[in-house]
Design a protein around this ligand. Structure first.
Ligand code: ATP
Length: 359
């Protein structure tokens, strides 16, 4: 079932929490709502679920307008960050619960409910825990049971609010891959909320990046990461250095580095903020022409990668360069070394427009 949100606006008192949201989610897509705390992700999910009503705009599920339809009639599965399972019920009974309380006209027989729950237990790979109680489960297992409970009623749409938010990093990583695989099996239009960029990049077909109640960009993980449309998206998705540059006579200059700008961009002379990713910088200890010249201020390793903080001048922020361990070890970088930096790709934004240079 596809979802269309047309010009959605929502207020809490005077606070404008959702501002002109337009979004189309295709049938069977897995979409992430990504953004910082308080940007309106959960509010948008709740609006789609029917837990909150919009002040303006329209919501369609497939061809049907559901803007004023209450949650009970929207056929959505909604899962919270810490979904409360019933403590006094087994895993089996927790999953079966929603099926037992369905209206009599559509309620399944006992045998059908048993088969459905067994199917779901197999889907979440927890058949062996059918008779366990929630307190005997790990956090990740509880969330899988919670998901099975949402799926039991055969929802048309699955909405997940920070489904793995309360779990530790390693379990989150395993579960997000599991969610990806599960989605491939169940083919259900799904939207999940996260503030974790890695989670969104790793799992989603498309990412909706939100900031202050607005959508900043919608795109595939590759699009939002490699072609960010706004400074906010550039900074929110992955690490980025922001350095001062000057556009002069058709050239972009940063320190001793310069790059000719394509004439069709026709940019007037001005100061600009330049965005450079730490892993898109070549660094050398040998003098290289046309480079940013600096000295190593600090270096540290983090697993397979190495970070070098390079000081350029009192007026510029430190530039962070990321290398893989082997490269860093080969050149034996040390604090105080003079280094020459050459960006491989830079982004600048002018009048809301992205200009990208591949060097
Ligand atoms: P987080 O990642 O922290 O959960 P979020 O992006 O999901 O944040 P929302 O929960 O949608 O953000 O909240 C957006 C804003 O709306 C916040 O400033 C919040 O305080 C406010 N808000 C949310 N629900 C209500 C409510 N029921 N009444 C008043 N204000 C609310």
């Amino acid at each position: 079932m596809s979802i269309a949100l047309n010009n959605i606006n929502k207020y809490f008192g005077n606070f404008h929490v959702l501002k002109n949201i337009n979004l189309k989610v295709e049938n069977n897509e897995l979409v992430a709502l990504l953004g910082p705390s308080g940007c309106g992700k959960t509010s948008l999910l709740r609006v789609i679920a029917g837990l909150e009503m919009v002040d303006k705009g329209e919501i369609f599920f497939g061809q049907h307008e559901v803007t004023s339809v209450p949650i009970a009639k929207r056929k959505v599965g909604f899962m919270y960050q810490q979904y409360a399972l019933f403590r006094h019920m087994t895993v089996f009974d927790n999953i079966a619960f929603g099926l037992h309380i369905q209206p009599r006209a559509i309620r399944k027989s006992r045998q059908q409910i048993k088969e459905k729950v067994q199917q779901l237990l197999s889907l979440i790979q927890l058949e062996w825990l059918a008779m366990a109680y929630p307190e005997q489960l790990s956090g990740g297992q509880k969330q899988r049971v919670a998901l099975a409970r949402c799926l039991a009623i055969d929802p048309a749409i699955l909405l997940l609010d920070e489904p793995f938010g309360a779990l530790d990093a390693q379990v989150r990583k395993t579960l997000r891959r599991w969610l990806r695989d599960l989605h491939q099996t169940i083919h259900l239009t799904s939207i999940f909320v996260t503030h974790d960029q890695d989670e969104a990049l790793d799992v989603a077909d498309r990412i909706v990046v939100m900031n202050q109640g607005k959508i900043e960009q919608i795109g595939t993980p590759v699009q939002v990461y490699q072609q960010p449309k706004t400074p906010f998206v550039t900074q929110f998705l992955g690490d980025v250095n922001i350095v001062h540059g000057i556009i002069e006579n058709g050239k972009l200059r940063i320190n001793n580095f310069w790059q000719i700008i394509s004439p069709e961009d026709n940019l007037p002379d001005q100061d600009v903020m330049v965005y450079i990713r730490p892993h898109e910088i070549n660094i050398s200890k040998s003098y290289t022409d046309n480079t940013i010249i600096g000295t190593i201020h600090y270096l540290h390793s983090s697993g397979p990668v190495y970070y070098l903080d390079v000081f350029i001048s009192d007026d510029d922020p430190i530039i962070e360069v990321m290398l893989i361990q082997q490269q860093a070890l080969k050149y034996q970088f040390a604090i105080g070394d003079t280094v020459y930096l050459k960006p491989e790709s830079v982004h600048i934004f002018m009048q809301e427009q992205l200009i990208e240079f591949m060097i």
